[in-house]
Design a protein around this ligand. Structure first.
Ligand SMILES: *Cc1c(COP(=O)(O)O)cnc(C)c1O
Length: 370
């Protein structure tokens, strides 16, 4: 599904150099490369604060802690996402309210959010799934109208851009009060282990987030808040600085691969290629088909027989996960998600796919559909 090795080989000299620089300095925790990377990412995103942390899941948790969310508060999020989003809501004793995605873009349905808002709703967490931004303009308007925070989960969309109706363009993660991302190795901007970050334009909130990531202290051993230990390793920051320079090129490679898939697969009866939102670029963290007519699993098997990996993101909707049975959803409560879970199939997607590989994959699918 991903080819991290070939990408590393291309930038090996720069990356090895960056890593050995950190090792020589022995500044492993909060070394200068961490602040340097944060500043580079600030410039890239066009936002005043980037605060790095240990992973994307922590970023979401820290965002909710910084906003002072309390047990009993409801947080609306999409039912069709990676578990991290809902996990931290549960960990903090908040109440997750799961809503349907739009079956076209796979992103949270604004209408579904509107219907789910109550007097206890304190935050909405849109996830920019598979590399394309959720429809932020109507979502932000809705949240503003009700005085609700918007925390963006941009873990799959670092570098994607959303265009507002007045022409303003903003990067994923810079539109809500706080944006969160992950630098897990396979993400569009990935490091060589775990990493994550929060983005905000709010100075006070940024200071609070920074303090929470470091045991709730500003001055060493004076703890003003209950915090966590969640820091980006200096080694990872050094790797990320090298890779950030190539992020736009990485995302373009993914878009080229997606265009190849589109060309070969769009006309096949029963296959729906990823819908492009009019407002967002798509940077293809995943290239995800919908396969109708109950043929998804047999197609997956055919691919497997030809040595082609594919994945189902996500096979079980959140409302059907055992750990969240206490929320009391029944299977039919969120039928769009259940339908998608039965139809989606993600094809190999990374920066190193060449035409030969892509043609081999699409040829295999086309021969199934002849
Ligand atoms: C990867 C991911 C996360 C979590 O990031 P980690 O760094 O693995 O903790 C959160 N949300 C979404 C949508 C993700 O894809």
């Amino acid at each position: 599904m991903v080819d991290l090795r070939s990408q590393y080989e291309r930038y090996r000299a720069d990356i090895d150099n960056a890593i050995s620089g950190v090792i020589s300095s022995t500044a492993f925790i909060r070394g200068p490369a961490v602040r340097q990377f944060e500043e580079e990412l600030q410039r890239y995103l066009g936002i005043s604060h980037v605060i790095s942390c240990a992973n994307g899941t922590d970023a979401l948790q820290i965002a909710m802690m910084a906003l002072g969310l309390r047990p009993g508060d409801e947080v609306i999020t999409t039912n069709f996402t990676f578990i991290a989003t809902v996990e931290v809501i549960g960990l903090l004793g908040l109440t997750p309210v799961l809503v349907e995605p739009d079956p076209g873009t796979f992103n949270i349905s604004i209408e579904a959010v509107r219907k789910a808002i109550t007097s206890r709703t304190k935050a909405i967490v849109p996830v920019h799934l598979f590399g394309q931004c959720a429809d932020m303009e109507p979502l932000l308007a809705l949240a503003n109208e009700h005085g609700i925070h918007v925390i963006e989960d941009a873990a799959q969309a670092t570098g994607a851009e959303y265009r507002f109706s007045d022409g303003t363009v903003k990067k994923a993660g810079t539109m809500g009060i706080i944006g969160c991302t992950s630098f897990f190795p396979s993400k569009n901007l990935g490091c060589f282990g775990d990493g994550g970050a929060l983005f905000t334009a709010d100075d006070e909130l940024a200071a609070l987030i920074r303090s929470i990531t470091n045991h709730g202290m500003k001055i060493r051993y004076y703890h003003d808040h209950i915090g966590v230990n969640s820091r980006l390793d200096t080694l990872q920051a050094a790797v990320l600085s090298v890779k950030l320079r190539h992020l736009d090129a990485f995302n373009e490679s993914r878009q080229r691969a997606a265009a190849h898939y589109d060309r070969e697969l769009a006309e096949l009866e029963g296959i729906t290629v990823p819908l492009r939102s009019e407002r967002s670029t798509h940077i293809f963290h995943q290239y995800t088909l919908r396969v109708a007519g109950g043929k998804r699993d047999s197609l997956r098997e055919c691919l497997e027989n030809e040595g082609i990996p594919s994945m189902i993101y996500y096979p079980v909707p959140l409302h059907m996960q055992k750990a969240y049975a206490h929320l009391g959803y029944s299977p039919d409560d969120l039928p769009v998600t259940s339908m998608l879970s039965g139809e989606v199939l993600s094809l190999p997607m990374h920066t190193e796919l060449d035409d030969e590989q892509l043609s081999y994959i699409t040829g295999c699918i086309r021969s199934e559909y002849k």
